[in-house]
Design a protein around this ligand. Structure first.
Ligand code: NAD
Length: 420
């Protein structure tokens, strides 16, 4: 999907919900586009002593519920429409999770792999210099996203504190522990997904040992989802990365698979059952095969738009837990719905990350360290409550979980606008 289509789809989705909520036209006008879009040049002194200009963006969609919140991505395909659409989705995600945050998203058009470490540091600091007056702990709190990490957040936080003239760790989240980063943030999104999986188990009564899972993506989210699901006893029979995946009918061991992947450089051929990796256990598969596999639960945890109108009718899973952002297109969603597939939408399934970011923001403001146990406990409780709200509304109104989640989220934002 082009970034223009993505933005238009996001607006269309919002207008459909606004219609059901009988929303006033001035609120529709406010919410269908970001309140502010900042587009700015970032001059960076390159290692060859020449200055190169990069283009940065920050989209601030809505702050009726609190400071804007959302990641900053470094990618050659970053665009105005992409950050606008993603900032809208962040508003709904934060509202659904009951967080005192609005939605934002930012990025720089760059291929970070082509920069030296020094250039990357100057670019990260240059981004903060460019938007300094528009961000801050109570204004807009960025976080890592595609190709950005704790180190980049550390450079950005330090630059923000320098410009502000005071230590300001709550200006960013996703930071290293020594800058008030949060224990448990790393695994929070995958962990949150397994909290959702356990809620489905409670409702549908499936037994983990007899329940098969296929997980697309073995990065931060996919691996941590696999790790916690494995701990609960689920049988993960397939996983993949960009170059392809593996099928292990006995069920694979995620930790062992990760170690094997680190050794071999790719996941294909890492057939790890228990603590042993052996080629006899499994076979190589493509990402397409993984998605269409006969499993109970499918977990897209890699990239957007992987389930489309082309392959939706071939999906055999009974449940989908959307861990990636936007893995199911709206056309595919309708096809899956007709087939009776239960899909838990991304703004609910992967909200563990932003909930943990909220904990980090609190911790950074209060300068009181949270233990990992407290983080994961509070995360579970938050997501369980949100899941129940979405589930109950979907039953009451006979609508799917996606529609229920959007109705709750958008209604909250609209009410906050009316109050302000
Ligand atoms: P990551 O970069 O750590 O891992 C991505 C994984 O997807 C890798 O295994 C990669 O090989 C694989 N991949 C990349 N392109 C692929 C393709 N075309 N087909 C199949 N696999 C492919 O990223 P992540 O942090 O795990 O994020 C995964 C998804 O979850 C993204 O959509 C992201 O926006 C979303 N998400 C992440 C977080 C978080 O806290 N990290 C929070 C919310 C949502």
């Amino acid at each position: 999907m082009s970034e223009q289509t993505f933005f238009l789809e996001t607006q269309k989705q919002f207008r459909e919900i606004a219609k059901i909520l009988d929303m006033e036209s001035e609120i529709i006008q406010e919410l269908e586009s970001p309140q502010r879009l900042i587009k700015f040049q970032i001059p960076v002194l390159m290692d060859n002593k020449k200055v190169k200009i990069f283009l940065g963006f920050r989209s601030q969609h809505n702050n009726a519920l609190g400071p804007y919140k959302g990641g900053i991505r470094f990618h050659p395909q970053v665009s105005e429409n992409e950050v606008k659409a993603l900032s809208i989705l962040m508003t709904w995600k934060c509202a659904l999770a009951g967080l005192p945050f609005g939605g934002g998203k930012g990025g720089i058009i760059v291929d970070p792999r082509k920069l030296s470490r020094g250039e990357l540091e100057r670019l990260s600091k240059g981004y903060v210099q460019g938007i300094f007056p528009c961000i801050g702990p109570d204004i807009d709190v960025p976080a890592p996203d595609v190709n950005t990490n704790a180190q980049i957040m550390a450079w950005m936080t330090n630059e923000y504190s320098k410009l502000k003239g005071k230590d300001s760790p709550a200006a960013f989240t996703g930071k290293p522990l020594n800058l008030w980063g949060l224990k448990g943030r790393e695994e929070a999104t995958g962990y949150g997904g397994v909290v959702i999986l356990e809620k489905l188990r409670e409702i549908f009564g499936f037994k983990p040992k007899e329940t098969t899972l296929a997980i697309q993506g073995f990065g931060n989210v996919g691996f941590n989802f696999a790790r916690f699901a494995f701990q609960e006893g689920y049988k993960i029979i397939a996983t993949s990365e960009q170059g392809g995946g593996i099928y292990v009918s006995e069920g694979l061991n995620p930790e062992q698979t990760l170690r094997c992947r680190e050794e071999k450089g790719k996941i294909a051929r890492c057939y790890c059952v228990g603590s042993v990796c052996d080629v006899n256990f499994g076979k190589q598969i493509t990402n397409e095969q993984l998605l269409e596999m006969k499993v109970d639960i499918l977990v897209p945890a890699a990239v957007e738009d992987v389930i489309t109108k082309e392959n939706a009718s071939k999906i055999k899973a009974k449940y989908i837990i959307e861990m990636a952002n936007n893995p199911v297109t709206s056309e595919a969603d309708a096809i899956l719905g007709n087939k009776g597939v239960i899909s838990v939408p991304d703004i609910l399934s992967n909200a563990g990350g932003v909930v943990a970011s909220y904990f980090e923001w609190l911790q950074s403001k209060e300068k009181k360290r949270w233990q990992k146990k407290k983080v994961l406990n509070k995360l579970s409780k938050t997501l369980e409550k949100v899941f129940d709200e979405v589930w109950d509304l979907s039953k009451k109104e006979s609508i799917n979980l996606r529609k229920a989640a959007y109705l709750i989220a958008i209604d909250r934002v609209a009410k906050a606008i009316k109050k302000s």
